[in-house]
Design a protein around this ligand. Structure first.
Ligand SMILES: Nc1ncnc2c1ncn2[C@@H]1O[C@H](COP(=O)(O)OP(=O)(O)OP(=O)(O)O)[C@@H](O)[C@H]1O
Length: 255
């Protein structure tokens, strides 16, 4: 079943003197529980598209549907956003950081502690609730950011290069954790990344965009045999190099 649908999205940024067309005629559909990646040359509009899906600003033209409802008409769309920087509040404990979204939504505070502890357990950091962000490594902080994103139980997660500031080892570990956790919670997810390997390792489909203006160039279905593996295992599989070559060549052809 389709969960996220984009219908003929166009977007231009306007300055005093001129309009700059960034996205042209983007239509696509993503299934419920599916994990997809957006890749493409720098400046092709990936972050702009993600911001439009997040409802941060409307597209110049076109519609976004989430679970069959038009985004523009939704009162409180249930969307989680995870970015390159973790944006944890340094003066709050890890537990308070995880539950900040719940507090802002004024939900019953009695259950917050339980939610935070369950999520910290899930991400493999059960004992850091009373610590402060400065006491954690970059990888641990990003795991806490994932827990905070999941705490408000979003229907869809938007991940904008969430691993790019991490060292390689932490990045591989976090890719596994994110895929495992999102599968367990049956979340739909869109990842923006510059890393083709990461896109192949984590996704069911990879959407390749071209630039000037950004258009959807091609969609790659990741072979089923890879989809059944963890991201770390995908990178060891013989088919991985083949898929990488195919997508790399197509990206290169865009210039
Ligand atoms: N607020 C803005 N005002 C004007 N132009 C913008 C604005 N935000 C982005 N742009 C321009 O829109 C184009 C697309 O930017 P966007 O950040 O969406 O691309 P991207 O594919 O995510 O890029 P990258 O891969 O480098 O992160 C770029 O040319 C950028 O300079």
């Amino acid at each position: 079943m389709t969960f996220l649908q984009l219908e003929n999205i166009h977007h231009s940024y306007f300055s005093n003197t001129q309009a700059k067309e960034v996205l042209r005629a983007i239509s696509l559909a993503i299934r419920e529980g599916e994990f997809v990646s957006f890749i493409g040359p720098s400046g092709c509009g990936k972050t702009t598209l993600l911001s439009i899906i997040a409802g941060l600003f409307p597209a110049t033209e076109g519609k976004v549907y989430i679970d069959g409802e038009e985004l523009a008409t939704l009162h409180q769309p249930s969307i989680g956003y995870m970015l390159q920087q973790d944006y944890l509040f340094p003066w709050k404990t890890i537990e308070e950081n995880v539950t900040i979204g719940l507090k802002m939504m004024e939900r019953n505070t009695k259950t917050h502690k339980v939610t935070a502890n369950a999520l910290l357990q899930e991400i493999g950091l059960p004992h850091v609730g009373s610590n402060y962000p400065r006491e954690l490594s970059g990888g641990m902080r990003q795991r806490v950011a994932l827990a905070r994103t999941l705490a408000v139980n979003p229907k869809i997660l938007l991940l904008d290069e969430p691993f790019s500031a991490l060292d390689y080892q932490s990045k591989l570990k976090l890719e596994d954790l994110v895929v495992e956790t999102l599968k367990a919670y049956k979340k739909t997810a869109v990842l923006v990344t510059h890393d083709i390997g990461e896109a192949i390792a984590m996704s069911e489909r990879v959407f390749l965009f071209s630039a000037n203006p950004g258009t959807l160039h091609k969609v790659f279905e990741i072979p089923q045999a890879l989809q059944e593996l963890s991201p770390f295992e995908v990178r060891q599989h013989p088919t991985y190099a083949e898929v990488f070559q195919t997508i790399w060549k197509e990206l290169e052809s865009l210039g």
